[in-house]
Design a protein around this ligand. Structure first.
Ligand SMILES: Cc1cc2nc3c(=O)[nH]c(=O)nc-3n(C[C@H](O)[C@H](O)[C@H](O)COP(=O)(O)O)c2cc1C
Length: 329
């Protein structure tokens, strides 16, 4: 087993996961989303009993990241002091070499010690030691079995499997095939994402062998998300037929809303593939690099979004569907 060779004590990981789950109302992580998740969404998700997370790059400049960390920590501490039982929160680090803030964000993350750190778009190797030093868990976001093997060998505690249909940078593999393929060599916690829209989907993820469901798209259309109002409304107005998967904007396949591409003056049928990988849209605002800011993303589950709701109402709806699905023999 990969975990044995990399000397991870999975019994300690398992006890941490059991402890985390005891503070959650249902096994779901509100996944990190660029230009969408901020402290309001994270705090509301945690108070509702789901793990809340955000990409550290959403907070700019770095001083704002410290303010966000402080606010999240303080408000959840106050909630606890008042008798509440918040779920843990998670920080998402973009570890791709093109991210100039990777080292600074890691240092700030180590200072505020989130229980879970989710790495994306690169190797988690540089993050593991520091997070383990304070007792945190590292989950690596992967979209292929090969990357899952590499991350497991690097010594991560958990794997986030981004399956086909996901919003943002999607994987190509069906969840039905992805989870069992990774379970052949990884016995630790698995988080499964990609088109999960409801409580039955979260339960289905568990039945497949995952530990948590990972939901992004549905959390965009919440009052607490910092997504553009036009983005939220477009989610209400569209279905899976309006989603296109293209590597045009960042060099890596991602799912986008076609109407936002048209609105930006581009033809969704005429998109190529960007040669150089580029993950941050806020640098040069050329047509190719407007992804996320003007070209809006969503997963294939977009049809499930009927309006903008509060995070608490969304989590309550997911919980009710999850409980119902658990009754199915
Ligand atoms: C608008 C948008 C932005 C995203 N940004 C990030 C990001 O910054 N970091 C990351 O790890 N994943 C990012 N993702 C991917 C999500 O965390 C998650 O994998 C995905 O939303 C799950 O699929 P679903 O949208 O079908 O629920 C993003 C997704 C969306 C829709």
């Amino acid at each position: 087993m990969v975990n044995e060779s990399s000397k991870i004590d999975m019994s300690s990981v398992a006890s941490k996961i059991a402890n985390i789950k005891s503070r959650m109302t249902l096994p779901v992580i509100a996944s990190p989303m660029f230009l969408v998740s901020g402290p309001d969404l994270v705090i509301a998700a945690c108070k509702a009993g789901a793990v809340g997370s955000f990409p550290t790059l959403n907070a700019r400049p770095i001083e704002v990241l410290e303010q966000w960390f402080q606010r999240i920590t303080q408000e959840l501490d106050e909630f606890k002091a008042a008798g509440g039982k918040p779920a843990p929160w998670a920080a998402n680090l973009i570890v791709h070499r093109s991210n100039p803030r990777a080292a600074e964000d890691l240092a700030m993350t180590l200072k505020y010690k989130p229980e879970i750190v989710i790495t994306a778009l690169g190797t988690p190797a540089n993050v593991i030691e520091g997070v383990h030093a304070y007792g945190g868990l590292v989950f690596a976001d992967v979209n292929s079995v090969a990357y899952a093997k590499k991350s497991a060998a690097a010594g991560v505690d958990g794997l986030v499997l981004v399956a086909a249909g996901a919003g943002g940078h999607t994987g190509p593999i069906s969840a039905f095939s992805f989870v069992p393929a990774v379970r052949e060599f990884f016995s630790g916690p698995i988080v499964l994402g990609g088109g999960i829209v409801d409580g039955a989907g979260i339960r289905a993820a568990e039945v497949l062998g995952a530990t948590f469901g990972y939901i992004g798209t549905r959390f965009i259309a919440t009052s607490e998300s910092i997504a553009a109002e036009g983005h939220k409304q477009m989610l209400v107005d569209t279905t899976e037929e309006d989603i296109i998967c293209t590597a045009h904007f960042t060099g890596v396949p991602a799912n986008y809303l076609k109407p936002s591409i048209v609105k930006a003056g581009l033809d969704p049928a005429q998109l190529g593939v960007r040669a150089e990988k580029k993950f941050d849209s806020r640098g040069a605002a050329t047509d190719e690099t407007k992804a996320w800011r003007d070209i809006w993303s969503a997963g294939q589950g977009v049809r499930a979004i009927k309006g903008v709701v509060s995070v608490a109402d969304l989590v309550a709806e997911l919980k009710s569907g999850y409980d119902k699905a658990k009754l199915v023999p």
